[in-house]
Every structure is written in structure tokens, then in C-alpha cells.
Design a protein around this ligand. Structure first.
Ligand code: PLP
Length: 401
């Protein structure tokens, strides 16, 4: 599948306006070359992980590599790679990697907010947010929440210091208009962070849409093999990113070199994975739509999804996650047990399809039969057949086999 599989958004999110080689290439080319150093004879194309707590450092202690908590050459290559995808051609942007998505999220929140500040969070975002909220409030930060859909966060924005957006939201797959929210926030001097986990940088480029930070869990589709935890923050160089870097140093939230290297290696196949997985997700969503027992179906790529119009303006690919509700907990459990090609597991974005009943965690405001299904890289026909067979079995319309 080539780059033409990507959808071109209506508001010019393609334009980076730099004319550099990297920004001019297609997503697949950019992904396979992202962050690679200049070729050196007899050296590998992607140097292996550098395991070092410290570096030889005679005399004046100047960088780039002094101590392993501050910098590591394997991080640098990965940070360059992610930066080239999040903000192609922009030399003024930097990326910092973290050991998990939560490490990255916490670094932004706790480095930007002070006691007495107000932050606006999504009320339907990642399920750890209630814990984050409690911690922020314990530090004297006022927390306001509103749903992602309908740009409802705008209504509670006044006097905030930071607006946190998660679009598409996990697990409800609602979408908000990042450009609109960022413009309104900036007009009031409010910083904007976008959680780009579900979309990946090949699905959406928050900085081009006006955000100050693009923050993500690289644990999901960015690395895509279900074997690495990672996170990152991308933003323009300056005071705000300096504070994020300082937070990484003082909290010591640093990625292991092996994980960073695995992530970099995985990024070379990102375009193939996101195109394949998004195409199959759309096929599956269309098939689910035909099923009478399936309710509340959401996939931003479905033309009649409530998010489709906004998503089409700002997203270049619609992601690998489909969500829907079956009639009750027992029905959903029968469905999950009957699947053979879809692992019952949390997380999403990996090459092996996975699904779970979100209600089992108790954190999301979802019906008992709500399923989040992450579409992998299996052959679309095999996956579709497996899901339809499991639906039949769960509904009791076939003899057990
Ligand atoms: C949207 C979103 N953001 C952040 C995170 C946290 O990422 P991690 O598990 O890598 O800490 C998750 C994890 O599921 C997520 O779904």
C-alpha cells in the first residue's frame, strides 16, 4: 500500500511550507529514513542502543553527552525521527522521549502548572486522568473538565493556563476541532497540548493545527508490536520545552536505550502499519454497522460517524480503533471469548488485533457491553470472518464450534 492510501485533510494540514527534502517526501519514505544519521562507512544504518550511565568527559563538562539521565545518543536519534514525523521540516521544534506515555503527560502537566493555575482536561479521556486530577488538585491546581465532542472544552476555558485535548478520545473516539480550540485558547494566552496517541503523527500533526505540545504514548501504534512502553513530547524550542526537559532531569523519567532503539526500528514500518490497519478498521466498521446487535458504533473514518466532518479536516488517517456496544456484559464476554484472531487484552494500535470490554476496569463512562477493538495487521478477510463468526456465536445464532 503506498502513500496515496492516506486521506488529505481539508484544512491544509499537509502544508509544512519548508521545501526541505524531508518535508517534500511521502510519509512512507519519511518513516523509513526518519532520524537516521548521515551514512558512515562500515557503520550500521541505525546504530544500536548505547548503554551508558556516563560518557568520557575530561575537562569542562560540556555536552552533548555527559550523564545518562540527561542525554543519550539513542534517544537523540529517536527524538529526531519523531520530530521529523510530527513537524516535518521544522528546525525550531524539538522532541523529548519518556519511558511511557504517562511519563510524557506528567512531564507537561507538572512542568507547566503551578499552584493557583487552572487546567482544562477532557472528561472522557484516558482512564488515568482521574488520578492525575487528584494529584493536580493536591498541588493546588484547579481542574475543570468537559467532553471532547462538540468542542465543549471551550465553555470552561476562561482564565486557564493549559488546555489538554485528547482527540480522538480513548475509548469513545470523539473528535474535537484542534485548530478552533487552539485559536480560542491562544487568544486568551492559554497553552494547548494534544494527546496524539490514537492518531499517531501520520494520522494528525497537532503542531500544524496550532497546538503548543504534541504528547503521546508511543506504547501504542507508534511502536506497534506490543513489546515497548514509551512516550514523547514534541514542541517548539523555548521556555515551555526547557521546563519539560528540566522535569525529565529532576524526576528522572527516562527511557531505556533498548526501548528507544526498538521504537526507532519500529517507526520504519509505521506508514505500512497505519495504512493497513486503518483500511481494515474501516472495512470492519462497515461490517459491524450491518449487525443488528451492534450499537453506539464509532469510527471517525465512517462517513456517517458524528466525528467524521471534523476528523476529515484535521486527520490524514483515522486510526486502528473501532468502538461499539453489544447488548450487555454477558453478550460482550461471549463475543470476546469466541474470537480466535483477536487477543483479549488492553492497549491498542499493535499488529496483532486486540479487544476488551472497557467496563471491566470501572474507569470509563461506558455501557457494560462496550467493546474497544484495535484492528491489527492480519489479512482483512481473516479478521472480518473471525469477528463475524464470534458475533454469531455470541448471539447464539450458530451452534458452538
Ligand atoms: C490516549 C492515551 N494517552 C496516554 C496513555 C498512557 O500511555 P502509557 O501506557 O504508555 O503510559 C494511554 C494508554 O493507554 C492512552 O490511551
Amino acid at each position: 500500500m503506498n502513500d496515496s492510501a492516506a486521506h488529505t485533510p481539508g484544512q491544509g494540514a499537509e502544508a509544512d511550507g519548508t521545501g526541505t527534502t524531508h518535508s517534500a517526501t511521502g510519509d512512507g519514505t519519511r518513516a523509513v529514513r526518519a532520524g537516521l544519521p548521515e551514512p558512515v562507512k562500515y557503520e550500521p544504518t541505525l546504530p544500536g542502543p548505547v548503554f551508558a550511565a556516563h560518557f568520557h568527559l575530561p575537562g569542562e563538562p560540556t555536552g552533548p553527552y555527559t550523564y545518562g539521565r540527561d542525554e543519550n545518543p539513542t534517544w537523540t536519534l529517536l527524538e529526531n525521527a519523531i520530530g521529523e514525523l510530527e513537524a516535518p521540516g521544522r528546525e525550531d521544534v524539538e522532541t523529548l522521549v519518556f519511558p511511557s506515555g504517562m511519563g510524557a503527560i506528567s512531564a507537561v502537566l507538572f512542568s507547566q502548572l503551578r499552584s493557583g493555575d487552572t487546567v482544562v482536561l477532557p472528561s472522557d479521556g484516558y482512564q488515568v486522568f482521574p488520578l492525575v486530577r487528584a494529584q493536580l488538585e493536591a498541588f493546588g491546581v484547579e481542574v475543570r473538565t468537559a467532553p471532547t465532542g462538540g468542542d465543549a472544552q471551550l465553555e470552561v476555558l476562561d482564565d486557564a493556563r493549559l488546555l489538554w485535548i485528547e482527540t480522538p478520545s480513548n475509548p469513545g473516539l470523539d473528535v474535537c476541532d484542534v485548530r478552533r480550540l487552539a485559536e480560542e485558547a491562544h487568544a486568551r494566552g492559554i497553552l494547548v497540548a494534544v494527546d496524539n496517541t490514537l492518531a499517531t503523527p501520520l494520522g494528525q500533526r497537532p503542531l500544524e493545527l496550532g497546538a503548543d505540545f504534541s504528547v503521546a504514548s508511543g506504547t501504542k501504534q507508534l511502536t506497534g508490536h506490543g513489546d515497548v512502553l514509551l512516550g514523547y513530547v514534541t514542541g517548539a524550542r523555548g521556555e515551555a520545552m526547557d521546563a519539560v526537559r528540566r522535569w525529565r532531569k529532576i524526576a528522572g523519567v527516562i527511557a531505556g536505550p533498548m526501548e528507544a532503539w526498538l521504537a526507532h526500528r519500529s517507526i520504519s514500518t509505521l506508514q505500512m502499519r497505519v495504512d493497513r490497519q486503518a483500511a481494515t478498521a474501516l472495512t470492519l466498521a462497515r461490517a459491524l454497522k450491518e449487525r443488528p446487535e451492534v450499537g453506539d458504533l464509532r469510527y471517525p473514518g465512517l462517513p456517517d460517524d458524528p466525528s467524521h466532518a471534523v476528523a476529515s479536516r484535521q486527520m490524514r488517517r483515522f486510526g486502528s480503533v473501532v468502538s461499539f456496544a453489544l447488548p450487555g456484559r454477558a453478550h460482550a464476554e461471549r463475543f470476546l471469548e469466541s474470537l480466535r484472531l483477536v487477543d483479549e487484552a488492553t492497549s491498542f494500535g499493535g499488529v496483532r488485533s486486540s479487544a476488551e470490554r472497557r467496563g471491566r476496569w470501572g474507569g470509563d463512562a461506558v455501557p457494560e457491553g462496550f467493546i474497544r477493538l484495535s484492528v491489527g495487521a492480519e489479512d482483512p478477510d481473516d479478521l472480518l470472518a473471525d469477528v463475524l463468526r464470534a458475533l454469531d456465536k455470541a448471539a447464539g445464532t450458530t451452534a458452538g464450534h
